[in-house]
Write a new protein. Structure first.
Ligand code: FES
Length: 144
């Protein structure tokens, strides 16, 4: 009768694992500040990205929008029921009137915002990132 091996045979020449004792790490290697409970969390935090104020003409609310986020994203994060469908610049649902301020636009489908609309001061909230404080009014569905 054949015996079934329950343990893998030790490889020849493989280094033997040695358990690392906690005391094996010299105390001097750990700075005192890092050894404190919770230390390092404060230092690891990144400073907040510059945020702009976005005033929404539809409901009079003012939200914060970071430089790197779109007006739509900031509005949704703030719990505003901003009209949108694709959030990728393809449908035009989030079309808005930029009443004041400056935005930079992410790539979008030219049919969702024509050059004439852009010249008339309209923008897509899902593609617009603030470059100053803004005043904006969505033109889509009549949500408040
Ligand atoms: S949500 Fe579709 S273009 Fe902005």
């Amino acid at each position: 009768m054949a015996r079934i091996a329950t343990k893998a045979p030790a490889r020849k020449g493989a280094p033997k694992k040695t358990p690392v004792k906690k005391s094996a790490v010299p105390k001097a290697a750990v700075p005192k500040a890092a050894a404190r409970k919770g230390a390092g969390q404060k230092a690891a935090r990144k400073p907040r990205a510059k945020a702009f104020h976005v005033s929404l003409g539809n409901n009079g609310k003012v939200i914060e929008c970071a430089r790197h986020e779109t007006v739509l994203h900031a509005a949704l994060r703030a719990g505003i029921d901003y009209p949108y469908a694709c959030a990728t610049g393809n449908c035009g649902t989030c079309i808005s009137k930029l009443d004041d301020g400056k935005v930079s636009m992410l790539p979008r489908n030219d049919t969702s915002l024509t050059p004439e609309q852009e010249e008339a001061g309209q923008t897509l909230a899902c593609r617009a990132r603030p470059r100053s404080d803004l005043a904006i009014t969505w033109l889509g569905r009549g949500r408040k």
